[in-house]
Design a protein around this ligand. Structure first.
Ligand code: ZN
Length: 47
């Protein structure tokens, strides 16, 4: 399940992995399911 941050100050990326260190830094209140609009895939999720 892809997810991204609703915080506009965060990078415009979405995450595919729940274990992504960057994705884990998103607070639960800012975490939104889906890829969002205009977001690119997170490089660390792909690694
Ligand atoms: Zn990620």
């Amino acid at each position: 399940m892809a997810y991204h941050s609703s915080n506009p100050s965060d990078p415009d990326v979405y995450h595919e992995s729940d274990s992504c260190p960057t994705g884990q830094q998103i607070p639960a209140k800012n975490r939104v399911e889906g890829k969002g609009v205009g977001n690119r895939p997170c490089q660390q999720c792909a690694a």
